[in-house]
Design a protein around this ligand. Structure first.
Ligand code: ATP
Ligand code: MG
Length: 398
């Protein structure tokens, strides 16, 4: 074991020194076998959260009720979770209760898919109770145990199956497909924040086309906000769809396909943060601007705070273009200013040109207009030039 695992092994060894078992589990083991970039390294152990807090110096209690703490070791974070079995999921969100256990087997049994139910010890030896390694080799997603029961227990797992197929390019096995179809309506009971999280990962998947194939096959849209009432939107997604690395970009894409549904409606129904809402709005504005004016300085200027990569991807998806980040960066290099603060004149100076007029919205509006003209190169960013221009155009309110 090399790379990120080398330091993580020290955490396992430390726990074992105290007489407890510890393994790497979940996504990191799966991704190691696939040769994918490893995200977080998760550890499962027979030691209770209290014991872990005694063993390590820096422990952050993030979910002690569920047996999870974060251990800081050599400036890295590891999620360490005590072996457990889950009680009922009556709120379909968290298990009502969890019970800590001494051995790993039942802990692996509670996990969603066979590819996620592998454990690996410090020597790289696998515990593979459900043939997960074989499923990784074959590229299939199978539930641990009966699909129908596992999806009933937590319907979010249906969305997770879709996102793993989009991330890994794996197929959903027959049993998963049938179970997903029959339990699908229950995803409506799941907290929207969890749905958004999985949907965002779904659209960011490197194999989004595979993911979408299964998404359509099980009619997932029928139980998701907005898509439920507008099934045509999924059908109208372009064939050459590419991974989008923020949910704001996903919303902008759908809004471009169906402008009748506003960004506000999207972010309200999908319960998005304001930050996501502003990003979606900026990307969407940029797409409509691009449709009319192609790539110009104003567009690049407006997008600067959000980064360009999602916009470039959206343009390539929706206009079948081959825009690159470099083309945008080149225009960025020619911007005369980078924000309103860079303007050679400010609100107070502007007001002083018209001492008889009260301060009011006209000041902001005039500055906005000047800002755009400066960015587009119609006006040069020079105090004298700007003052003269304003004196001659006192009624700009655009
Ligand atoms: P990623 O690389 O996206 O983090 P992951 O497999 O680590 O993928 P997580 O959501 O971080 O996915 O979950 C970590 C592990 O916890 C999973 O691999 C799985 O074993 C288990 N798990 C997570 N969510 C569920 C769930 N809803 N039901 C059952 N097991 C789950
Ligand atoms: Mg993870």
């Amino acid at each position: 074991l090399t790379g990120q695992f080398r330091q993580a092994i020290e955490v396992l060894e430390q726990i074992e020194t105290y007489g407890y078992d510890a393994y790497f589990v979940g996504g990191c083991v799966r991704d190691l076998l696939l040769g994918r970039k490893i995200g977080d390294i998760d550890i499962a152990t027979s030691a209770s959260p209290d014991i872990i807090r005694q063993i390590f110096e820096k422990v952050i209690p993030v979910g002690v009720e569920h047996g999870t703490v974060i251990v800081r070791h050599r400036h890295q974070s590891y999620e360490v979770t005590t072996f457990r079995v889950d009680g009922d999921y009556s709120d379909q969100r968290h298990p009502d209760s969890v019970q800590f256990i001494q051995t790993i087997n039942q802990d692996l049994e509670r996990r969603d898919f066979t590819i996620n139910a592998l454990a690996m010890d410090k020597n790289g030896v696998m515990i593979d109770l459900f043939d997960g390694q074989n499923d990784i080799r074959k590229g299939v997603i199978r539930t641990v145990g009966n699909g129908h029961e596992r999806f009933k227990e937590d319907p979010l797992r249906i969305m997770r199956a879709l996102r793993f197929s989009s991330q890994l390019g794996f197929s959903l096995d027959e049993n998963v497909l049938n179970a997903a179809k029959s339990v699908l309506s229950e995803i409506e009971t799941i907290a929207m924040e969890r749905i958004v999280q999985e949907t965002a990962k779904f659209f960011a998947g490197a194999y989004i086309e595979t993911g979408l194939y299964y998404f359509k096959l099980i009619h997932a849209a029928e139980h998701l906000p907005i898509l439920r009432e507008n099934p045509h939107m999924i059908e109208q997604l372009p064939r050459g769809i590419k991974p989008l690395h923020s949910f704001g970009a996903v919303i902008a894409m759908f809004h471009f396909i169906e402008p009748a549904i506003s960004i506000d409606e999207w972010t309200r129904q999908w319960k998005c943060s304001n930050k996501m809402k502003y990003e979606a709005a900026a990307l969407s504005e940029a797409l409509f601007h691009y449709k009319q004016h192609e790539l110009d300085r104003w567009l690049v200027y407006r997008l600067r705070p959000y980064g360009y990569s999602n916009f470039v991807t959206l343009v390539n998806i929706l206009f079948e273009s081959s825009l690159s980040d470099d083309m945008v960066k080149k225009i960025e290099g020619s911007l005369p200013i980078h924000s309103k603060k860079d303007l050679a004149i400010n609100g107070a100076e502007l007001h002083s040109l018209f001492p008889d007029t009260n301060a009011g919205p006209w000041i902001g509006k005039t500055l906005n207009h000047i800002e755009k003209q400066v960015v587009l190169g119609e006006l040069s960013n020079n105090k004298y030039v700007l003052k003269e221009w304003i004196k001659w155009n006192p009624h700009v309110t655009d």
